[in-house]
Design a protein around this ligand. Sequence first.
Ligand code: FAD
Ligand code: UDP
Length: 386
Amino acid sequence: MKTDVLVVGAGFSGAVVARQLAAQGLQVLVIDKRTHIGGNAHDRTDAHGVLVHPYGPHIFHTNSLRIFDFLSQFTAWRPYEHRVLASVDGQLVPLPINIDTVNRLYGLDLDETTIQDFFDRVREPRDPVATSEDVVVNAVGRDLYETFFRNYTRKQWGLDPSELSASVAARVPARTNHDDRYFTDRYQYMPRDGYTALFERMLSHPNIRVEVGMDFFRHRGRLKARHIAYTGPVDAFFDHCHGRLPYRSLRFEHEHLPDTPRFQPVGAVNYPNEHAFTRITEFRHITGQAHSGTSIVREYPQDEGDPYYPVPRPENERLFKRYDALARQEHDATFVGRLAQYRYYNMDQCVGAALKAAEYVLAALGRDAMDTAPDAPVQPAAASGM
Ligand code: FAD
Ligand code: UDP
């Protein structure tokens, strides 16, 4: 069968592009070098029957109704609002920093009318706010920065916050209220049957073929298509000709605790100043699964291994721009996703980027851009029971 578009990577970016193009009548081949679909969002039941995320905890959140509606074609949802506690000075306190975090840490009694005065007293204004150190110190001062951010960031990235762009720590802004949810997005849900089931439905289309366990670079010469949608690391596509683009990796240590209804009070506990791992996630909080035991994962950051994070800092952005210039000259290839666009994208942002990329591919192949008309009707968002 002829292939119109070869999609490299079966994660969110690749699967969305594939589905959109297939819906327009193109023949799509999706390959992934891993032996499964879903990319880093892949989930599966472990040996004890607990649904876990092998590549670390994935919580879906978005402000975009368009993206939520798009994914709702392939899954029902379970409402879930993620909460994170940080282990500091022998206690567990809410993260992002909120009024209760400050009160518990310093024995104060601040409220919504006085918390900003507190931050104004302790903050160290920075201009410009260029780095992750700047963004935190500028907002909440040195002590809270050192308690929650400095060491966690050094562990996570192998870099000091002063060496990372402001956008990294800006993901976790301090609050002037009691909101202890990790995300404030409008739509916060988990796919009811898990991510892999969502991907199976998204890729289940007569115009899509999927081959897992296939590395693009090993088969590049014989994989013929009119266009390639590439979602792997962009530097690898160009044989690292400008040098290696840094990606940060993780080692995951999974553990099952039998006959344990609950390991920790919330989905994730962060350890900024203790241990070599950054955080422990307990999956049953996130998935809502009933089970007599519980499964957890510890994340150990490292340089080697699968590429999980682009590393946002100016020198890496400059190197990426050189690869991006090459990518733009490839008229028969489109680069999309967290690794190919070298962007610290969440899942919803990958979906958004992939919807755009699909339009671009269609235009490149000489068809009209879609009107967003996927082949199944889009259901309105409902809160539960979908
Ligand atoms: P990927 O999921 O990385 O998929 C790319 C695929 O391409 C991979 O499967 C890879 O095997 C394949 N590939 C690469 N090279 C080749 C090749 N040469 N040949 C064939 N296949 C190849 N986002 C959220 O929204 N919420 C969260 O809570 C969240 N938590 C996260 C936690 C961790 C630990 C990590 C690492 C990420 C998290 N994310 C989260 C981000 C989320 O994982 C990404 O936004 C999203 O999964 C990226 O999708 P992608 O398709 O761009 O890339
Ligand atoms: N961060 C931190 N301490 C924390 C949580 C986050 O210093 O307890 C910083 C750290 O640099 C981290 C970044 O904020 O990499 C973004 O955190 P997020 O939880 O969004 O990271 P992710 O879930 O993407 O790994």
